[in-house]
Design a binder for this molecule. Structure first.
Ligand code: SF4
Length: 374
């Protein structure tokens, strides 16, 4: 595209964005804290699902100081249901750095923004351009797809050299004087018109500039990425339940005091378990091979959670399925009725029916729902 065509392209896209952009609460502000929060929430979550979380979060933590001073438990509780809790933890760690090192203002320099936990190239460019009009072009999946189609680029877009080329194109297209609107317009086009499947080329505001459309390739670009085969994991889980309806959650990693061979043994038996439960407290669980009940019972004994009598009341729940990145998990959960819950170091005793409001992973909530519905 020569410079005259680029000007025309920018004018058409910005004009369309002004007329057709969707209403979103974070589009009514230029406050860097609000925009940062929305960008982090939107990383793995659809717009409609993120809006109520965004509003509740801002009500409780209206500024970076409030977030920095909050208890982590409270932050995670408000995040509960959004998943990927590392986002919330990084958000709070970054808030504390902003208060301690940047006088409570989200940094305006790209390098300083990138040094904060949880802030990568895309997020930094989005926040700085939208809040302060800084001339940084964003490149996320939506923008990459739009550019790949405009330029009819074939091959895997995430391949590093190709991704760098897409960033160069994004930089060249950027309307520097309206960087925030420009970035949002490109993302909006990718999210609503130039969608992954069935792009709406007939109603595209920049269809006259699109090589893929001209060549009849719109639906073939970008090429599908080859998927890694999912790792299959079989988990056995114990929902210990006392007569008051209370259960126990164990900490996500071996407690600091439980060092040495016992902790190592636990880690070997439960590879990556902490990640499956988003690094949050969870029901006692172990990866098993054949006999879920026997292996779980042995795990409970050897890890020091509980020595359950052979006559203990075990109720097997129907198998559950759960998928996380590159993993397919089958869960065999047992409700185990006990007179008294065991005392577990750093364990938490909670009401089983309160699980949906606690800061726990989606997998833990799914197991709790199944246990309540048995
Ligand atoms: Fe995407 Fe079609 Fe527009 Fe090209 S013409 S940018 S493929 S929606």
């Amino acid at each position: 595209m020569n410079s005259k065509r680029r000007q025309e392209f920018r004018r058409k896209l910005l004009d369309w964005f002004r007329r057709c952009q969707r209403e979103m609460p974070w589009r009514r502000t230029r406050d860097a804290y609000c925009i940062w929060l929305s960008e982090i929430m939107l990383q793995q979550t659809r717009v409609a699902a993120a809006i109520p979380y965004y509003e509740r979060f801002l009500e409780k933590f209206p500024n970076v100081q409030a977030l920095a001073g909050a208890r982590e438990e409270e932050v995670l509780r408000l995040w509960a249901g959004l998943g990927y809790y590392s986002r919330a933890r990084n958000l709070q760690r970054a808030a504390r750095e902003i208060v301690e090192r940047h006088g409570g203002e989200f940094p305006r320099e790209l390098a300083a923004a990138l040094a904060l936990p949880g802030i990568g190239n895309y997020t930094a460019a989005a926040i700085l351009s939208i809040a302060h009009g800084a001339p940084h072009a964003v490149l996320d999946g939506n923008v990459a797809r739009v550019i790949a189609r405009l330029e009819a680029i074939r091959g895997d877009l995430r391949e590093p050299k190709r991704w760098r080329g897409l960033q160069t194109s994004a930089d060249r297209l950027l309307e520097i004087s309206k960087a925030g609107d420009w970035n949002q317009a490109m993302m909006e086009l990718g999210a609503t018109v130039c969608t992954p499947r069935a792009p709406d080329c007939a109603n595209c505001p920049v269809g006259g500039f699109c090589r893929a459309r001209e060549l009849g390739l719109a639906e073939k670009v970008p090429e599908k990425r080859r998927k890694r085969a999912a790792e299959k994991v079989h988990l056995a889980v114990a929902v210990l339940l006392d007569p008051r309806g209370k259960t126990i959650l164990i900490p996500p990693t071996p407690s600091k005091k439980a060092s040495g061979k016992k902790a190592e043994r636990g880690a070997k038996k439960n590879p990556g378990l902490s990640a499956l439960f988003s690094g949050m407290g969870h029901f006692p669980a172990v990866a098993v091979r054949k006999n879920a009940r026997a292996e779980l019972r042995r795990f409970l004994r050897t890890s020091g959670v509980a020595e359950l009598p052979s006559g203990a009341n075990w109720i097997a729940l129907p198998a559950l399925r759960h998928a996380v990145t590159h993993r397919e998990i089958t869960i065999t959960a047992f409700v185990v009725r006990v007179e008294k819950l065991p005392r577990v170091r750093s364990g938490r005793v909670v009401g089983l029916n309160k699980m949906q409001t606690l800061a726990v992973s989606g997998l833990t909530r799914k197991i709790a729902r199944a246990a309540l519905g048995r």
